[in-house]
Design a protein around this ligand. Structure first.
Ligand SMILES: [Zn+2]
Ligand SMILES: [Zn+2]
Length: 246
């Protein structure tokens, strides 16, 4: 799992956002603890296999996706492949099988992996950030409404505005967004996909993309060879010519 507190922070691209407690210099000297961040801040995700598998809370549509793919492919392998293998080429079930396992593999990788959840701030970090925000906003009197919480940072010479997430208590990096269904901020958030049963973000985008691509190939492949099967049968056993009318 990528969210371990004992794992050294590999890169701190957004150093302006990092508070002192998450400094990469401090982490290696800490005593190694076995509490993971997902155990402290699980959001609304479900975790299995000691945190190696994470999914959204509602996974009903994901099982429907699996059943749809397996039933369609199963019918193709059971009823079309034996005829096509003996009358055309045995490569058809072989290619179909490889495609099917690739599709299922990519679906499971996209569904079970961490989409790029940004760890929430610890109470210390949140309090520190609150103090910084209050100091930069100036004294607030009664009836004073604080401005929306944003922070500007310069990335590659471009000024980028970071928004504050009130749930996660962090300034979100650019293109990160809070998934309301999983209740977590996700880096490079694309969307929450109920078909896959997970958010699609930085860490599982490639698996999601390969899943969609290979599923398109599998669909076209099955459709093309089902049509071929029907046509071949039609030619092999042409329907009897009706007798001419008397
Ligand atoms: Zn958030
Ligand atoms: Zn989500």
């Amino acid at each position: 799992m990528h969210l371990g507190v004992d794992e050294p922070v590999r890169e701190c691209q957004y150093s302006q956002v990092c508070t002192r407690n998450s400094s990469p210099m401090e982490t290696p000297h800490k005593k190694r603890v076995h509490t993971r961040k997902w155990q402290v801040f699980p959001g609304r995700n479900k975790f299995y296999c000691d945190g190696r598998i994470m999914m959204a809370k509602q996974t009903g549509v994901f099982y429907l996706t699996m059943v749809l793919i397996m039933v369609t492919s199963g019918l193709f392998f059971a009823f079309d492949c034996p005829y096509l293998a003996s009358n055309l080429t045995p490569a058809i079930p072989a290619i179909g099988g490889v495609l099917f396992f690739f599709v299922m593999g990519m679906l499971l990788r996209a569904s079970f992996s961490d989409p790029g959840v940004l760890p929430r701030a610890t109470p210390d970090e949140a309090a520190d950030l609150e103090r910084q925000i209050d100091a930069s906003n100036g004294p607030s009197g009664p009836g004073y409404r604080p401005p929306p919480r944003t922070r500007e940072v310069v990335i590659n010479g471009q000024t980028v505005k970071l928004k504050y997430c009130f749930t996660c208590k962090i300034f979100r990096p650019p293109r990160a967004s809070h998934c309301s269904l999983c209740d977590n901020c996700v880096e490079r958030f694309d969307h929450h996909c109920p078909w896959v049963g997970n958010c699609v973000g930085r860490r599982n985008y490639r698996f999601f993309y390969l899943f969609i691509l290979s599923l398109s190939f599998l669909t076209v492949f099955i459709f093309a060879f089902v049509i071929t099967h029907v046509i071949l049968r039609e030619y092999a056993h042409p329907p009897p010519i009706p007798p001419p009318p008397q």
